[in-house]
Design a protein around this ligand. Structure first.
Ligand code: TXA
Ligand code: MG
Length: 312
């Protein structure tokens, strides 16, 4: 249990919230859409705590928040479409999925993908917090997994009191639904309808969005998960034949998600370990059993998908 501070959204409260995020803490903060649960997007361990606090059974990639397009360009690679949408709609309820710059954010925040979802919120308190934290901030909606998104500090506390370090209280959110997500790596694609109408985006671009009003998204075009190239065998006590063991806990393995058996550490290192196995050209991967509780559920979900992706 953590004591959750309720911070006023004055200069002192915003400075405190920024310092908490900079030191690896979890702070819920208002945006114009919904309250987000923020953590340092460059810190795998802080990001792992987001999933833990929400009790998320899977590692979906998270949205990275920055104060302006200058900061966004240090995280993602912008093409003409992205530049045009950003100048028309930022700050505001639009998220762009773009190729990530090497090393700009944690692998866990991207769920291991080569792309990143990035957004510049318009809420003045969110703006203040992002400048105070002076680093990109990962933030899904600040509710326990499977519950409705919070649009007031009271909603955040009802779900997450005792699980996060602070909530920055600035009253109710104005938009009330999450941002619209547009994939802009190839043909512009509507990935999630939200607070910015798709029609406004189409009017700005002068073309229809794939995934909206007759636009077509080919099956398999949206790769939402990263899987290693090697074949994965789960719940392995030891490696057999030419397998490489991805360990957990006190086992003898060339790679170990957490030698001490800590699930937060394991979540924080998972995607880096999967990439490392590709670098090692691992063709067969055995994975130690991981307890199916807390963050272990999300880790096992990800590993089961990695195992299944190779069977299909
Ligand atoms: O309004 C909002 O967007 C709120 C506030 C707090 O800013 N945030 C929010 O974040 O809804 P989150 O992390 O819950 O949204 C995650 C969504 C998921 O649907 C996920 O699949 C998509 O963003 N997403 C994130 N990264 C992606 C990527 N690299 N490729 C495709 N989709 C991605
Ligand atoms: Mg949500």
């Amino acid at each position: 249990m953590t004591r959750t501070q309720r911070l006023r959204s004055d200069d002192a409260g915003i400075a405190r919230a920024g310092a908490l995020i900079a030191s690896g803490g979890l702070v819920a903060f208002p945006t114009e859409t919904v309250y987000g649960l923020g953590a340092d997007a460059t810190d795998d361990h802080a990001v792992a705590r987001i999933y833990e606090a929400k009790g998320r059974p899977a590692f979906n990639p998270l949205i990275v928040h920055v104060p302006d397009i200058v900061a966004a360009r240090t995280v993602a690679l912008f093409n003409d479409t992205a530049e045009r949408l950003a100048s028309a709609f930022w700050p505001g309820p639009l998220t762009l999925v773009l190729p990530v710059r090497d090393g700009a954010v944690s692998a866990l925040v991207r769920a291991g993908l080569p792309t990143v979802a990035i957004r510049v919120p318009a809420h003045p308190v969110a703006q203040g917090l992002l400048r105070a934290a002076s680093r990109p901030v990962a933030a899904p909606s600040a509710n326990p997994s499977g519950r409705v998104s919070p649009t007031a500090a009271e909603h955040v506390l009802a779900g997450l009191n005792g699980r996060i370090d602070a909530v920055l209280d600035a009253g109710p959110c104005t938009v009330g639904v999450e941002s619209t997500i547009v994939g802009a790596t190839e043909a512009p694609t509507l990935l999630r309808p939200g607070g910015l109408p798709a029609e406004a985006i189409e009017a700005c671009l002068g073309t229809p969005l794939a995934g909206h009003s007759g636009g077509i998204v080919a099956p398999g075009q949206i790769h939402s998960h990263y899987a290693p190239r090697g074949r994965v065998r789960l719940n392995a006590k030891t490696a057999e034949g030419d397998e490489i063991l991805l360990g957990f806990g006190h086992v003898d393995a060339p790679l170990n998600l957490s030698p001490s058996g800590d699930l937060v550490e394991a979540a924080a290192t998972l995607f880096a370990a999967l990439h490392r196995l590709d670098e090692m050209n691992a063709e067969r991967i055995a994975v130690s059993p991981i307890p199916d509780l807390g963050l272990g559920r999300a880790i096992n979900d990800r590993l089961r998908r990695a195992a299944a992706d190779r069977e299909g």
